[in-house]
Design a protein around this ligand. Structure first.
Ligand SMILES: O=C(O)CCC(=O)C(=O)O
Length: 271
């Protein structure tokens, strides 16, 4: 495939793994983009958006900074979304004809932060539905296996969306009657957990339906992550009856409309 990073190729087995398991590790595809993305994260932390929602653990340990939807405002992020190989990778992994950008999410777990990212699926948080969907979890620092993203193999095929919660455990939508996720840690022997030690330049690509989470940052260095989320063909707006995440409060789209708007550009089309 035509990508700017030499010596790395997306092969069919990676595409097949992503579609079967709901997650795949990509090694070295983003080597050239680490410095600009780190600069973008620095700029963002100095000037967070109104959507910033960081968690400050009650035990006084270090915070977990999060902010969303900043790619149009932070130049290194827009450059990455528009110019890096990510859109083509998204398209090929999803098996779609096009890759449409949905949003970016920055997640910085400071060293020693006790904040766990609970197990969850992203799909019910989002105001979009598409048979083809993908997030890239791109660490900007080395991440040991035990503090890296973990994904439940095959959970993209469960055909069930569980009740979304904020990372502090409260329900995202009022009156949500959806079943809660089972206690994955208590029944971990029933699942195959995918987790990889990662270097800057690597990424984990996972489906919006894949159950995933991450542990506290028990390491002595920052865990900066840039996540980029994409949808494939025929993506539709979904009104979930409450403030999702990201909230996209300004949209006037109706349930079932095509996901259209300048914040959702189609960046890549298969020729
Ligand atoms: O970085 C984390 O701790 C969690 C990431 C996550 O849930 C996501 O990117 O959807």
């Amino acid at each position: 495939m035509d990508i700017s990073t030499p010596n790395v190729t997306l092969d069919d087995s990676m595409i097949e793994t992503f579609q079967r398991e709901g997650a795949v590790v990509l090694r070295g595809f983003f080597n050239d983009w680490m410095e600009p993305l780190r600069e973008g994260v620095d700029a963002l932390i100095k000037s967070p958006s109104p959507l910033e929602r960081s968690y400050q653990p009650s035990d006084g340990s270090a915070p977990f900074f999060q902010d969303l939807c900043n790619w149009q405002r932070i130049e290194p992020f827009s450059h990455f979304v528009m110019e890096s190989p990510i859109a083509e990778l998204a398209c090929k992994l999803m098996g779609s004809r096009q890759a449409q950008f949905f949003h970016d999410h920055v997640l910085v777990k400071e060293p020693g932060s006790s904040q766990v990212t609970p197990w969850h699926q992203d799909q019910p948080y989002y105001c979009v539905e598409s048979a083809q969907c993908i997030s890239f979890w791109i660490p900007l620092d080395p991440v040991a296996c035990d503090t890296s993203l973990k994904c439940l193999a095959g959970s993209n095929h469960w055909n069930k969306l569980h009740r979304p919660k904020r990372f502090d455990g409260s329900d995202l939508y009022q009156g949500d009657t959806r079943e809660e996720l089972p206690d994955i840690d208590a029944e971990s022997s029933k699942h195959r957990i995918l987790q990889w030690a990662l270097e800057p330049g690597d990424a984990v690509a996972f489906d919006f339906r894949t159950v995933h989470g991450a542990s506290a940052n028990t390491s002595t260095h920052r865990r900066r992550v840039f996540s980029a989320r994409w949808v494939g063909d025929n993506a539709r707006f979904v009104d979930r009856g409450g403030k999702g995440s990201p909230p996209f409060a300004h949209l006037t789209l109706q349930d079932g409309d095509a996901l259209a708007g300048p914040e959702f550009p189609i960046i890549y089309r298969q020729t």
